[in-house]
Design a protein around this ligand. Structure first.
Ligand code: CA
Length: 229
């Protein structure tokens, strides 16, 4: 999952960042409320870990703005040193989903984030995605082509989920790379290699695949009547 950490304490932020990345997640870090807010609205995250006491804009204010003004429903886990009932209630009132009091165990942060993300997926994507002969169930990660099961790597699954969720929408290479690798720049043709594997896996018995290369820009799932037979 892709997680935004908004925390000004360098030790805590670094520990969280390194722990989440070591577990195969992609993490982004903001050290103050304003840049955290900016990142939260300009990129897509699966979850946000939010400190309450932040320079610039405090966590409660950020949480409220994100819900009420930016209309984002990304799961938010609050981290704070304040262990007072009123503070917890205020956080939930501002739209937070969960709450952890410092000091906390890194494994508990991850477990809570996973629970929030799974719950949200269940709410948002409680449906199977299908396109032409391809079916994808985000809950079980099962993919079939003409009813035949297909096995894909995590990165290919993420690409498939993006493309199949918005047929005909062109995704730029930058967008896709950002989604798969975050700020770590991948090797120059990594995206092309993954796209090649995905295209091969999704090819049907007639040799057709819905993935279309938009030259010089990126990729999309193209309607079958727009593709060469
Ligand atoms: Ca703080």
């Amino acid at each position: 999952m892709r997680v935004l950490i908004i925390e000004d304490d360098l030790d805590i932020a670094t520990n969280l960042y390194e722990f989440l990345e070591s577990k195969g997640n992609v993490a982004d870090l903001a050290r103050d409320g304003v840049s955290g807010m900016h990142l939260a609205v300009s990129s897509e995250f699966d979850a946000i870990v939010l400190d309450l006491g932040l320079p610039g804009m405090d966590g409660l204010c950020l949480c409220r703005k994100l819900r009420q003004e930016a209309r984002r429903d990304v799961p938010i886990l609050i981290l704070t040193a304040r262990d007072v009932l009123e503070d917890k209630l205020a956080a939930f009132d501002c739209g937070a989903d969960d709450y952890l009091v410092k000091p906390f165990a890194l494994r508990e942060v991850e477990a809570r984030l996973n629970a929030l993300v799974v719950r949200r997926r269940g709410r948002v994507i409680d449906r199977k995605l299908a396109y032409d002969t391809i079916a994808y169930d985000p809950a079980t990660l099962a993919v079939t082509v003409e009813g035949r099961p297909v096995h894909l790597s995590r990165k290919c699954l993420r690409l498939l989920e993006m493309l199949i969720s918005a047929p005909n929408r062109v995704y730029t290479r930058d967008e896709l790379e950002q989604e798969l690798w975050g700020d770590e720049h991948p090797q120059s043709d990594s995206l092309r290699s993954h796209m090649h594997l995905l295209r091969r896996a999704l090819t049907d018995s007639r040799g057709g695949s819905p993935i279309e290369t938009v030259h010089g820009i990126g990729y999309r799932f193209a309607a079958s009547d727009a593709r060469p037979a």
